[in-house]
Write a protein that binds this ligand. Structure first.
Ligand SMILES: Nc1nc2c(ncn2[C@@H]2O[C@H](COP(=O)(O)OP(=O)(O)OP(=O)(O)O)[C@@H](O)[C@H]2O)c(=O)[nH]1
Length: 387
């Protein structure tokens, strides 16, 4: 691995205005200033007992999978704000299985209009014909109201299935669901399928992919990670949301579940140790700060390295032990990376506040709907907001 000059400011081409020193968390922004009544939405739909509430509780509320046995059936729509402590701000609306989007009393225009993604949960351990019928009706309705909505299908509870059956079910569901949509005249609507279970990391991975599609800055984050790993001898890097453990970006090499699990486990260890030993006084609530970092050497020659990026985000890197000998280079490149991420968020916040000012003053947006302009895309309520 060569550590050559890089036009992006990594080792060898030190940006002139960048110095070592305490990292100012400008990029975090003040989440309260970004609060908005109209949070972007992810809708969770599916038949009764398909696992919707369990998914929401396990991913965003740290409920252990076994505790979901005691969840009662949802009888009313539940709105769950994912904000403040988490980088990605959005609302999850969990609909009771029996609610019908086609019911005339259901205000589908308002509910589906500002929605970023529709997640449809299918219980793979059950007969899924009814679920497929409902999926077709739901996606058709959602698409007619909001053609920008991303449709995601979670083939859920796959922990009880053997690998062959899992793959067969996925193929069958994929085939039938796309045929149904084609019959309804919606050939062009794209459905994404994910095999999920709350008993492993598959549900976190699937949710990561759903959220990533809604983050306008995602390609930039991926690009920054690509530059970082190629200049530092890193094999895989994840940008993890500290609270939920979903990854909001990774480099463009394929994700293998084991690496992601390692990253999440490391994050858990760091948070546990920080909570126990990192508290300076009783009033302190956030023990994850710019001092937080961790290094774990595995006995197979792999090194896991974690650094705090800002209070919502951590970078977890996986690399070979021999590439970690130049830790100074990696640390230096990490500082450049963190600086770049800060700039991305500053720009994001600037765009957002100018959008808010425009809305307050009633001035129409300068750019028409649909134009490829960063200001426009960031004030779109169907996108989650980076804090
Ligand atoms: N084996 C297995 N069981 C799961 C999984 N996810 C959820 N369950 C179980 O499925 C049952 C129903 O889960 P809920 O989350 O209440 O389902 P729901 O879709 O919210 O149900 P309604 O509120 O009635 O619409 C619970 O007993 C969960 O423990 C999973 O990944 N694997």
């Amino acid at each position: 691995m060569s550590y050559q000059d890089d036009p992006n400011g990594y080792v060898g081409s030190f940006p002139k205005d960048f110095t070592y020193g305490p990292f100012e968390q400008n990029g975090d922004g003040d989440s309260s200033s970004l609060q908005d009544d109209h949070k972007p939405r992810i809708l969770l739909r599916g038949l009764r007992r398909s696992g919707k509430s369990s998914i929401q509780k396990v991913v965003f509320h740290k409920m252990s999978p076994n505790e979901t046995w005691f969840l009662e059936s949802t009888n009313q729509m539940v709105k769950d704000d994912i904000n403040n402590s988490s980088l990605v701000q959005f609302q999850i609306w969990d609909f009771p299985g029996q609610i019908d989007f086609l019911d005339p009393t259901f205000d589908s225009d308002t509910i589906l209009g500002g929605c970023g993604a529709l997640v449809f949960v299918i219980d793979a351990q059950d007969d899924y014909q009814d679920a497929l019928d409902k999926l077709q009706l739901t996606v058709t309705k959602a698409y007619r109201v909001n053609s920008n909505i991303k449709s995601e299908v979670f083939i859920h509870k796959v922990d009880g299935l053997n690998d062959d059956y899992k793959m067969d079910s996925q193929g069958d569901i994929h085939h039938r669901a796309t045929d149904d949509l084609a019959e309804a005249g919606l050939h062009h609507v794209h459905l994404s399928f994910h095999l999920t279970s709350i008993y492993d990391h598959s549900i976190f991975e699937a949710f990561s992919k759903v959220v990533q599609k809604l983050i306008p800055q995602w390609p930039t984050l991926e690009n920054l990670l690509n530059i970082l790993i190629s200049n530092s001898g890193i094999e895989k890097a994840f940008l993890l949301d500290v609270v939920s453990r979903i990854y909001i970006a990774t480099d463009s090499s394929p994700v293998d579940m084991q690496s992601y699990e390692l990253g999440c486990d490391m994050m858990d260890v760091v948070m546990d140790i920080s909570c126990i030993y990192g508290m300076v006084d009783e009033t302190e609530t956030n023990t994850f700060n710019n001092e937080s970092s961790s290094l774990i050497k595995l006995n197979n020659g792999t090194v896991l390295y974690l650094r705090e990026v800002n209070k919502f985000l951590a970078l977890v890197c996986i690399l070979r032990e021999e590439n970690f000998q130049k830790q100074g280079v990696i640390d230096y490149n990490f500082l450049c990376f963190r600086h770049a991420i800060t700039q991305v968020f500053e720009l994001r916040n600037k765009c957002q506040s100018s959008g808010t000012d425009r809305r307050r003053s009633g001035t129409p947006d300068a750019v028409p709907n649909g134009a490829a302009d960063s200001t426009e895309s960031t004030s779109d309520h169907s996108q989650p907001q980076l804090a």
